[in-house]
Design a protein around this ligand. Sequence first.
Ligand code: 3HC
Ligand code: NAI
Length: 651
Amino acid sequence: MSLPSPVSTAVVDGIARITIDNPPVNALSQAVREGLLKAISQVNEDVSVRAAVLTCAGRTFVSGADIKEFGRPPQPPFLPEVIAAVEGARIPIVAALHGTALGGGLELALACHGRVAAASTRLGLPEVSLGILPGAGGTVRLPRLVPVERAVDMITGGKPVNADTALEIGLVDVIAEEDPAREAEILASALATRGKPEPLIKRQVPRRPDAGFWEKTEADLRRKARGQQSPIEALAAIREGLELPPNEALARERERFLRLQGSFEAAALRHVFFAERNTAASIRSLDAQPVDLAHVGVVGGGTMGAGIATALLLGASSVTLIERDISATEAARKRISETLAASAQRGAIAPSAIEPMLAHLTTTTDYAALGTCSLIIEAVFEDLAVKAEVFNRLEEVVPPSTVLATNTSYLDVDEIAAGIRHPERVVGLHFFSPAHVMKLLEIVRGKASGPVALTTGLALAKRLKKIPVVAGVCDGFIGNRIMSAYRRDCEFMLEEGALPQGIDAAMRQFGFAMGIFEVQDLSGLDIAWAMRKRRAATRPPEERYSRISDRLCEVGRLGRKTGAGFYDYSSGKPVPSALVEQVILEESAARGFERRSFTPDEIMARILKVMRAEGGAILAEGIAESAADIDVVMITGYGFPRHKGGPMFSI
Ligand code: 3HC
Ligand code: NAI
């Protein structure tokens, strides 16, 4: 027995309503494509139909081609055929948009003869974020509807626009006050009376971009894309769309789409798309209610505490923040309000949102103020004794149901939990700096961490729009452990002949936003220094150990915050330092290395080998739940280029 079609058609008073119902996001699966073709031929044949509306059931309009079908042999009918049928229909068809009209979904809407959107709709062509480009006419049709520069931004950047912007640039005709399908019927009926508008594909391009536009845009894209190919190909397709006869341009676009679909880049980005949605599997399956997150406590208001408090305020929680003394509470409040102001300046929040958020922040030295918080996140100094004392004080002021989390980078969560009466309420919540921006949240599962503590971590990630990854207890959990391993190897390369600027350049060329030495300077060399000092007593004497970082810390070069680290920052920018080179040469000589040069490929091959080996060990020890989780950690927390799929990914 065949399954019912996900596409249905109902005709009332000469207006056909074609509805796609393919949860969760109405992706254009083979069955939807087939159903759409049938629906179009049905309305073409039914002479009582004057106009049609294309709408979707559920939470969203079509959010794209079915990504699950990518990587498998394509099944007819193909999307361009469906889109041509919609565009060439006998009657006017109006798309009624809500939720997200993305990728093939927006291309379908572009084939319609009018577009009505609910006010909350987001519209975009995000294909480049999957390593491909619009493959069903998007690069040819969009620039015929909206200003070319806007089309280029949308297609090469992949970021959706909201309904207001869509109206402003001409992407939609109407923003619906209420039911978009109902208002689409009104527009469709009007179009039937006025006559069907000319399909986009036949429209003249209103204005060609200015001289030099393509060259400049391509140069900008190459700089931003860090080796990713699809935005460059997308730009070329848009140009062809404007310069070639439309049918030829459509054929060229499709050819590029199919070629890119089979590329490593596309496979890598698809892998990351699904990996990010499948993290924290072990916690998702737990049957426990998270605690209420309306009021959260934070202990420590330094870099991380203030950042976490900011993230919580942005996530609509009230925050009570504890510091050691009045001047520290004031400093923390200042840090938070400055961060919110910077967010407003970036356009991330409305300036008017700042005051109401700050009204939900209490800063105090009095632990008793935490009594009503159901979750408390500790972000004090990275020192076990200091943290243990904080946890003991917390125990005195909150009931046993309060979840207690530590943001430690390297310390043993089990040791922190061991000293308190209800260790099942303790969990690691490892944020990344800046905490209100970085997407990753490592949920560190201690030996005693109970289901409520764990599901609370997951609920917090959801509330703060972060990606949760579960890590077991070990030195550095997943991310810092891998980073420590390759950082160590990078320092070995310094001893053997490389320089920080050479290694950083190789990492940038590979696609990292920054190299490891620039990153360390940014986050400060002292936390890792403290960790190495702690381990010194137990480090096997035969283990290779580079002293370069220690020597820089010993002379006060702790990174950007002290004006110098692996680089000098007197000009504000990282500049290679003669002193650092001197230290490196001395350490090379002390270890008896004859210095040699390293090519960028050699440097990256070594870094990747170390990442994979450490990732393998982390998996074998059960610290990470999957290799894909490790990829997600390195991409979302450590700047590993997304289009390379992560250190564990291969095809
Ligand atoms: N194909 C198949 N499955 C999809 C999908 C798609 N295009 N988009 C989302 N899903 C699945 C997710 O995997 C997830 O499945 P799960 O519940 O089994 O884990 C489920 O739908 C819900 O997705 P999210 O958890 O991401 O839900 P959100 O509400 O947070 O986000 C969304 C919804 C904004 C639609 C987001 O899922 C998204 O951005 N999807 C990708 C959109 C996209 O890239 N479209 C372009 C596809 S390429 C294309 O169209 C080519 C064309 O030019 C020919
Ligand atoms: P920081 O030194 O900037 O801030 C620590 C704050 O804690 C200080 O403001 C201090 O006054 C306060 N504090 C110390 N003892 C306290 C107590 N008993 N009660 C109340 N407040 C107290 O340090 P940072 O960088 O914010 O680190 C905090 C924690 O977060 C550490 O465990 C660190 O390992 C971890 N972490 C740091 C990251 C980073 O990039 N800096 C990233 C992820 C985790």
